[in-house]
Structure formats: structure tokens, C-alpha cells
Design a protein around this ligand. Structure first.
Ligand code: ADP
Length: 587
């Protein structure tokens, strides 16, 4: 080794400082120490480089070599991403384990994609075609659910297809040759993309279709759109992980990317052991066939967590570019922010609020801005979307802390999980008084056209009754229930039914976990029929309200979620509403 070779001068946890790094570039991937740990250059200063290391640095010390790779931290994109569980820098966990057992050895090289597996490549483009970035050259049936599109790499314009193959190939075989302005370019089924840059799109569109989740509280009251960004803040134990996983199971995105940065080590283990066995209720296929998982188990170092959200979102964008609706769940982004804080502290940067770096806000915004409904690159009018849902775990549930604040600023749907609701075992513990969705105007037309013309009227009525209930509760606490008018008693009765019979939903009950849109609407309409009919009694001051409370149809409303909606036949709901009208009318 000459005196000018890059060597380590300092190690501080995941941060390594090396000298003689004049040749290095910002965000270049380097191999650190004798073991060749994977790291990334995050600061350069007169030959000194600060390197964020993605593996445990214990035992590494000054004097050990650093090797430059010339690459930026990138993901390998191509068939075989689905069904795989990765670490934060896209190494398949299975391969890491096979090579080193449960205690991950360090410096392991593992390609993101399997380079030996053959895939059947079906050409779409033909010899002589002129193609541009994003155009589909061919297709591969990646899983039973997803047809993988092999696209012309970004940056390639006005190329001619010199030759294109058909048959079984690995991701590193040449499947097509392009002539790009006189230069030949071999095309493989894989391509690389630097994780910190968003992938190019033709155009961002205004999102106008809902992301259906089957969760009644979310879909009806605080909906998310395909291409939107939402957040789930909540204290420990309030249901962030259950909600994210329920969405991953049931939402109507075609591809799911799930990033787990567990609070506790065993939490991720649970996800990892459970998820591969789950069946997609919409297709009856294993859920993994549409899923990519990124797992940061507790024995993985903090810097890998920082990278994992970028690794995940880049993979998600790649499937969006094929024209799919993709949903990404990140649980929990607070761990990501903490990783940033730790690295920033070690870099001795000027700390911002609560020790987080001053760029926390811009990094958070950049991340959520990668969501969107888009016109994909390419000439065939593909449209795709990427929906991003981030969980936030504010310490003590206090939303005034920086991660929550910065997230709320850039996400348009907020599902606020409530400690008290979780404690009362009201699930999902989404607080209906505090949560909101700014996407309702986007969905106005869609819900009217696809569910019912009075959809929004009923939804707003139900929400206002829940809000009024909270005010009336206050009065009851002060002066007792006797002081209430008949109408107010009716509000309380209806709101109770909305809470218990509609909002309460058990994610672990296979019959209850998913409710289709039409059934959600029918349930609300039925509960509100009680209110509308009851209003006719409101001007009878001496009316004995216990008569309403004792109506037999009330018992049936309590089981409205059990009514089956077969072939969209709403007759059972209509007959229950007729019963309510008749019984209330008879009073
Ligand atoms: P967090 O991630 O916020 O710490 P979890 O998602 O682990 O919380 O939820 C804690 C517990 O609350 C779960 O183990 C489960 O018993 C219960 N729970 C949360 N959400 C639901 C739900 N939608 N349906 C049924 N039980 C739930």
C-alpha cells in the first residue's frame, strides 16, 4: 500500500472518516476496512471523506484500507424483486443468512437480483422500431400476479432496435441491442438506479381515484387517493403496525413495497414470518407475489435504516413506471429520522430542533413528494401511481415533535391514532375528531359516479353527528343526560351506533377486516335512516326516548356489518331500513 491510498483515520459508530480520498465522489459507494464493509461517502473535505457505513463497525480501526467503487448507492431493478425480502441496501436476507447464518457476517456481497435464474422474455418491440426512454421492449411474467415490463433505460432517446431476442434469459443476458445515435447499446433485463434520486416521469397528474383499503373509517371518512401521501402517527401500542399491515394485505394497489424499521426486534420477525403465508383476499394468491419487503431487523446498524426508505421507494417507483398502482408503507419513519439524527450528530453538524438535522424537513418532503399519480415515461400512455403511507411514532404520542410536524406538513391524509381509543380497545384507533383527508375534493366525482350521488351528503352528515356527539358528551358530563332534548338524545344514539357498528372493525377477523365501498355506504345509510326517521319525533318534548332505544330493529343495526352483500344486491339493507322506518313511524 502506498502512502497515498485511502485509509481509515477515525471510526465513530456507523461513521468512518478516511483520508487520501481525493478521487472519491459524493454519495459514492466504498468498501471499508479489511472486511470490505459497505459504506457511502456523505461528506468530502480536502481529501477527507466521511463515510456512512451500512454494517456494524466494531473491530474496524484506523489504518485499514478503503476501496472506491465508482458507483453511487443504487438498486438493481428487474424481474425477481417481488417475493423477496431485502435489507436496507437491497441485499436479499435469504442470501445473507445462507452465507452467514442468523448473525449476519459483514462485508457480504449479494446482488439484489438472482443472476442465475432464467426468465421467459417475450419481446414487444420489433427489429427496426424506433424507441425512447420508458418504452416497453418486452415482458416477463414475474409472478402469477405481475407482468414485468422491460423498459428502455432512462436517458436513451431516438434509438433503433437492431435486434431483440425471445426466450429464456438471466437478468444479465443481453435481450436486445439498440443503436443509439450510431452507438450500439446492449440491453439487459436489469437496470440500476441511484436510490436518492427519484425516477423520471412524463407528467404528474391530479390523483382522482381512491386507494381502497376496506377499512371503513379510512375509506369513508379519511380517504387516501392512488398517488397520494398519508401518515399514521400514534403512540406505542396504538395500532400503527397493524394498520400498515392491514393496508398491505387489503388495499387495492397492485404492487406493495413494505419497509419495516421495527421499534422492537421481534416486531419485524413477526412480519417476516407471517407475511409470506398470507393469501391475497382479492386474488386468492399468496400476497408475497405482489410484495417486496425491506426489513431492518434490530441487529442491523442505524445507517442501513437511513438508506432503506430510499431503497424501498426506488423499487416502488420502478413498478409505477411499468404502469402499476403501487403502495409503499414505511413503518416507522421516526426510526429513519432518528438514524438521520445520529449520523448528523456524528458529523457534528449544527443541530436543529430536538437534535434532528436542519434538513429533516426537506428530506421528509423529498421522500413524500416521490408519491404521485403519473403518466409514465414511454409512448404507450401508461399511467401508474405511487401511494406513500408513513407511520410516525412520536415519543409519548406528542405530535409537536419535529418528525410529526414535518410529516404533517407534506402528507394530505392524517390518520391520528389515539391512545385512549386503543386502551378502550376501539380499533382501528383512528381518532375521528382529529383525523383528516385533504383528498376529498379529488374524490368527489369518483364516489358520486361509482357509489352513489348522495355519497358525500351521507358521509358529511355522519361525520358531523360524531362531532356533535363530542360536544354533547361535554354537556352530559356537566349537567347529566336528562337535560338533553329528544334530538340531542337521537344524536347520541346515532353516533354511538356509528362508532360501535360502523367504525369499530377488527383487523384480525377475516369476515370483518375488509368492507367493500358499496357495503360501507349501505351501512352508513342504514344507520342514518334511524337518525332521519327519529327526527320526526324531535318536536315532541314529552316523548319517552327509551321507546326508541328499545326498538327491535336497533338490534339488527348493531349487526349491520354481518349483512352480506352478495352480487351487489342491496335488498337486505333496504329491508332493514324499511323496518326502521316502520318501527319509528309507529311511535
Ligand atoms: P404500534 O405499532 O402503534 O405500537 P400495534 O400495531 O403493534 O401498535 O398494535 C398494538 C395492538 O393493538 C395489536 O397487537 C392488536 O392487539 C391491537 N390492534 C391494533 N389495531 C387493531 C385493529 N385494527 N384490529 C384489532 N386489533 C388491533
Amino acid at each position: 500500500m502506498s502512502g497515498k491510498d485511502p485509509v481509515i483515520v477515525k471510526v465513530s459508530g456507523p461513521l468512518v472518516v478516511a483520508e487520501n480520498m481525493h478521487q472519491a465522489k459524493m454519495y459514492e459507494v466504498v468498501r471499508v476496512g479489511e472486511e470490505g464493509l459497505v459504506g457511502e461517502v456523505i461528506r468530502l473535505e480536502s481529501g477527507f471523506a466521511s463515510i456512512q457505513v451500512y454494517e456494524e463497525t466494531a473491530g474496524i480501526g484506523p489504518g485499514e484500507p478503503v476501496e472506491l467503487t465508482g458507483q453511487t448507492l443504487s438498486v438493481e431493478l428487474g424481474p425477481g424483486l417481488l417475493e423477496t425480502i431485502y435489507d436496507g441496501i437491497q441485499r436479499p436476507l435469504k442470501i445473507l443468512e445462507d452465507k452467514s447464518g442468523h448473525f449476519l457476517a459483514r462485508g457480504i456481497d449479494a446482488d439484489g437480483l438472482d443472476h442465475d435464474r432464467k426468465w421467459k422474455f417475450q419481446p414487444v418491440a420489433r427489429d427496426g422500431d424506433t424507441v425512447n426512454e420508458g418504452d416497453v421492449l418486452g415482458e416477463v411474467q414475474e409472478t402469477s400476479l405481475i407482468l414485468h415490463k422491460i423498459m428502455v433505460p432512462v436517458g436513451v432517446r431516438e434509438a433503433k432496435v437492431v435486434s431483440i431476442k425471445s426466450g429464456e434469459f438471466t437478468v444479465t443476458d443481453t435481450v436486445a441491442v439498440l443503436d443509439v445515435k450510431g452507438k450500439k447499446q446492449d440491453i439487459e433485463m436489469r437496470q440500476f438506479w441511484p436510490i436518492r434520486n427519484s425516477r423520471k416521469v412524463q407528467n404528474k397528474r391530479v390523483p382522482e381515484t381512491p386507494l381502497r383499503t376496506g377499512c371503513r373509517s379510512i375509506d369513508m371518512f379519511f380517504p387516501l387517493v392512488k398517488g397520494g401521501a398519508g401518515c399514521i402517527p400514534g403512540p406505542f401500542g396504538s395500532g400503527k403496525t397493524v394498520t400498515q399491515q392491514t393496508l398491505a394485505k387489503y388495499c387495492d394497489a397492485q404492487v406493495i413495497v413494505y419497509i419495516g424499521c421495527g421499534e422492537r426486534g421481534n416486531e419485524m420477525t413477526e412480519v417476516l414470518s407471517e407475511f409470506p403465508h398470507l393469501i391475497d383476499p382479492n386474488t386468492n394468491e399468496p400476497l408475497m407475489r405482489r410484495t417486496v419487503m425491506i426489513a431492518n431487523t434490530s441487529n442491523m446498524p442505524v445507517a442501513a435504516r437511513e438508506a432503506s426508505v430510499y431503497t424501498g421507494i426506488t423499487i416502488a417507483e420502478y413498478y409505477r413506471d411499468m404502469g402499476y398502482h403501487v403502495a409503499l408503507m414505511a413503518d416507522s419513519t421516526s426510526r429513519w429520522a432518528e438514524a438521520m439524527r445520529e449520523m448528523s450528530g456524528r458529523l457534528e453538524e449544527m443541530p436543529g430542533e430536538e437534535g434532528y438535522p436542519a434538513y429533516l424537513g426537506s428530506k421528509t418532503a423529498e421522500f413524500y413528494e416521490r408519491a404521485g399519480a403519473v403518466d409514465c415515461l414511454g409512448s404507450d400512455d401508461r399511467q401508474g401511481s405511487l401511494t406513500v403511507i408513513g407511520a410516525v411514532s412520536p415519543p409519548g404520542g406528542d405530535l409537536s415533535e419535529p418528525v410529526s410536524q414535518n410529516t404533517l406538513r407534506v402528507t394530505k391524509t392524517y390518520w391520528g391514532l389515539d391512545k385512549n381509543l386503543a386502551y378502550q380497545r376501539h380499533f382501528p384507533a383512528i381518532n375521528w375528531l382529529k383525523s383528516y383527508s385533504l383528498y376529498t375534493p379529488n374524490l368527489e366525482k369518483y364516489m358520486k359516479d361509482n357509489v352513489s350521488s348522495d355519497y358525500w351528503e351521507l358521509r358529511n352528515k355522519a361525520l358531523s353527528l360524531l362531532t356533535e356527539e363530542a360536544k354533547l358528551d361535554e354537556i352530559v358530563r356537566l349537567v347529566g343526560a336528562d337535560a338533553l332534548s329528544v334530538r340531542e338524545k337521537l344524536v347520541l344514539l346515532t353516533a354511538k351506533s356509528l362508532r360501535e357498528d360502523y367504525l369499530y372493525q377488527d383487523s384480525f377477523d377475516p369476515d370483518d377486516a375488509y368492507t367493500p365501498a358499496l357495503k360501507q355506504y349501505q351501512m352508513i345509510k342504514t344507520i342514518l335512516t334511524l337518525y332521519e326517521e327519529g327526527l320526526k319525533l324531535a318536536d315532541r318534548d314529552d316523548f319517552d326516548f327509551s321507546k326508541v332505544e328499545g326498538l327491535p330493529s336497533l338490534q339488527k343495526i348493531a349487526r349491520v356489518k354481518d349483512i352480506e352483500l352478495k352480487d351487489d344486491d342491496i335488498a337486505p339493507f333496504e329491508s332493514l331500513r324499511a323496518e326502521v322506518r316502520k318501527e319509528v313511524g309507529a311511535l
